[in-house]
Design a protein around this ligand. Structure first.
Ligand SMILES: [Zn+2]
Length: 457
C-alpha cells in the first residue's frame, strides 16, 4: 500500500483502495452475467480482514459473481442504534472514446484519481472501508453497532444486491440508520458553505409503449397507417410534455437554505415561474432544479420496423419516467396519456416495466443532528441542508424497512456541483485525494459521535 503523509493520514490508503476498485471494472450492464463484483469483494475482504482488525466478514452471492460483503463492529449496548455505511461496488459502462484517460486505469494524476466510479460511488465505498478498518484496528468498541456493506448491482435496481439482501439476509444488513450515496458537495452561498444531505429520492416508473399501425407496401406510402411515423410523434409529444411543477418541502428547505438572491429564490419557489427560470440557470443546476420539482419523461429506447419496403405495424418505445414523493402509478399513467394525446392514445398500448415509488426520510433525527455537528467542525461555517436526489439509490430498500437513510459524503472545494453532476455516468469521472481524505475522516468521526465512543476511541 502507498503511504502518504503521517501514519494517521488515510489519504494513501484510500487512494490505493479506490484505484483497485476502479481497475476491477465491475461494469453492470443490467444483465445478470455482468458486474462480477466478486472481484471487488475479494479486494475489500482482504483489505478488511487482517487479524489486527478482528472484523467479522460475511459474503453473500445470490448469483455467480454477484457478491456483496458485510463487515461489522458489534456494539456493547443492544438498545443503542445500528449505523450502516453502504457503498456499491458496481459501475455503469464507459466508452473510452470520450475520455482523456483510460476509464478503468485508476490513474493518479496531480492528486486526482481518474476512472469510472470515482464519484459514483467507489470513492465512498473505499473511504467507508478504510474508516471501518481503522476503527476496528484501534479496538474501538462502540455502544451501537457499525455495519459496513459493499453491495453489488446498485446500477441495475439492486435485484442482486441490496434488494436481495433485505429480502433474504435481513438480519445481517438491517439497521436503524443508513448512509449511502451521495450528497456533501460543498455549495458556496452568501451565508456560508452549504452541504446537501440527500433525504429522499424520486421514484422510477418505466414503461414500454407499443405503437400499432397497419402493414403495407412501402412503395405506396400515401395515407398509410405507419406505426413508425406515429411513434415519432408520440416521442416528440412525450419529450416536450410539461407537467406542472411541484414545490415540495424538501425543495423549499433546500432553496431557503441556499440563501439565493431574493429574486432567484422567489422564482425557484414559484411553481408557475420555475420552468422558465430553468432555461437561464447554469445547465447542471437547471437540470437538477427541473427534475427535483417535476415528474420527468425521457424516451430512451425504440425498436421497430421489419424491412425497408414494409410499412411497419408495430413499434416499441421505452420511456424512463421519474416520479415525485407521494405520486402513484395511476397518477403517472394519467400524465402519460395527457402527453400522448387523445388522438394517438388508441394506437398506444402502455405496459409498466417497473413501478418503484419515491422514498424519503425525515430531517431532525439523531443522525441528522450528528452529521450537522461533525461537518460543522470539519468544514467550519458550513450547514447541512436537505436535498432530494433525482436518481434511485439503494437507500430506498432500507427506508421501506423503516430505517432512516441519507445520502452523504464529503468533498473538497475542488469538487463543484456542475462538474460533479456531469461526471455521474459521464466521461472523465475523477476525484481529488483531498475529497477522499475528508470522506474517510467523516465516517470515522461520525461513527464515533453517533454510536458512542465506547472504549478504545
Ligand atoms: Zn451510485
Amino acid at each position: 500500500m502507498l503511504v502518504n503523509g503521517p501514519p494517521d493520514d488515510p489519504t494513501g490508503e484510500v487512494t490505493d483502495l479506490l484505484q483497485h476498485l476502479i481497475r476491477n471494472a465491475c461494469v453492470n450492464d443490467g444483465t445478470v452475467a455482468s458486474g462480477h463484483e466478486d472481484r471487488s469483494v475479494d479486494v475489500l475482504g482482504s483489505y478488511l480482514s487482517p487479524a489486527s482488525s478482528g472484523l467479522d466478514l460475511e459474503v453473500y452471492e445470490p448469483e455467480p459473481g454477484r457478491s456483496s460483503l458485510v463487515a461489522r463492529i458489534e456494539g456493547t449496548d443492544p438498545t443503542a442504534p445500528t449505523l450502516l455505511l453502504m457503498g456499491h461496488t458496481d459501475v455503469v459502462p464507459a466508452n473510452p472514446d470520450g475520455w482523456e484517460r483510460d476509464p478503468f486505469g485508476g490513474e493518479l494524476v496531480d492528486g486526482v484519481v481518474w476512472g469510472r466510479g470515482a464519484v459514483d460511488m467507489l470513492n465512498l465505498t473505499a473511504s467507508m472501508a478504510v474508516a471501518t478498518r481503522h476503527l476496528a484496528e484501534r479496538g474501538w468498541r462502540p455502544a451501537g453497532t457499525l455495519v459496513y456493506l459493499a453491495v453489488a448491482d446498485e446500477e441495475a435496481l439492486g435485484e442482486h444486491g441490496a434488494g436481495w439482501l433485505v429480502d433474504h439476509e435481513r438480519d445481517h444488513v438491517a439497521a436503524d440508520y443508513v448512509i449511502t450515496e451521495s450528497g456533501g458537495i460543498p455549495l458556496a452561498t452568501p451565508a456560508g458553505v452549504r452541504l446537501p444531505v440527500i433525504v429522499g429520492e424520486k421514484g422510477s416508473y418505466w414503461v414500454r409503449l407499443t405503437v400499432s399501425g397497419t402493414p403495407g407496401h412501402a412503395s405506396q406510402p400515401l395515407r398509410t397507417d405507419n406505426a413508425l411515423v406515429k411513434a415519432a410523434e408520440v416521442v416528440t409529444r412525450i419529450a416536450s410534455y410539461r407537467p406542472r411543477a411541484v414545490i415540495h418541502d424538501t425543495w423549499r428547505q433546500f432553496v431557503e437554505g441556499m440563501a439565493y438572491p431574493d429574486e432567484i429564490g422567489r422564482l425557484m419557489l414559484d411553481g408557475e415561474q420555475l420552468y422558465e427560470l430553468c432555461q437561464s440557470l447554469p445547465l447542471g443546476l437547471a437540470r437538477q432544479a427541473h427534475a427535483c420539482t417535476h415528474t420527468t419523461f425521457a424516451p430512451t429506447v425504440v425498436h421497430g420496423g421489419t424491412k425497408t419496403n414494409v410499412i411497419p405495424d408495430r413499434v416499441e418505445l421505452e420511456v424512463d419516467i421519474r416520479t415525485l414523493p407521494g405520486q402513484t402509478g395511476p397518477e403517472v399513467r394519467a400524465l402519460l396519456l395527457d402527453a400522448i394525446g387523445e388522438d394517438l392514445a388508441p394506437s398506444v398500448q402502455i405496459s409498466a416495466a417497473s413501478d418503484d415509488p419515491s422514498s424519503s426520510s425525515a430531517t431532525g433525527t439523531p443522525l441528522w443532528e450528528a452529521i450537522g455537528r461533525v461537518t460543522e467542525r470539519m468544514v467550519p461555517g458550513s450547514e447541512t441542508i436537505p436535498f432530494l436526489t433525482v436518481g434511485a439509490t439503494d437507500a430506498r430498500f432500507f427506508r421501506r424497512l423503516g430505517a432512516t437513510a441519507y445520502g452523504f459524503g464529503l468533498f473538497s472545494s475542488q469538487m463543484d456541483f456542475e462538474s460533479y453532476g456531469t461526471m455521474f455516468h459521464g466521461d472523465n469521472e475523477r476525484i481529488d485525494q483531498e475529497s477522499l481524505r475528508l470522506s474517510t475522516e467523516l465516517w470515522k468521526t461520525l461513527a464515533v459521535d453517533f454510536l458512542g465512543a465506547g472504549s478504545g476511541a
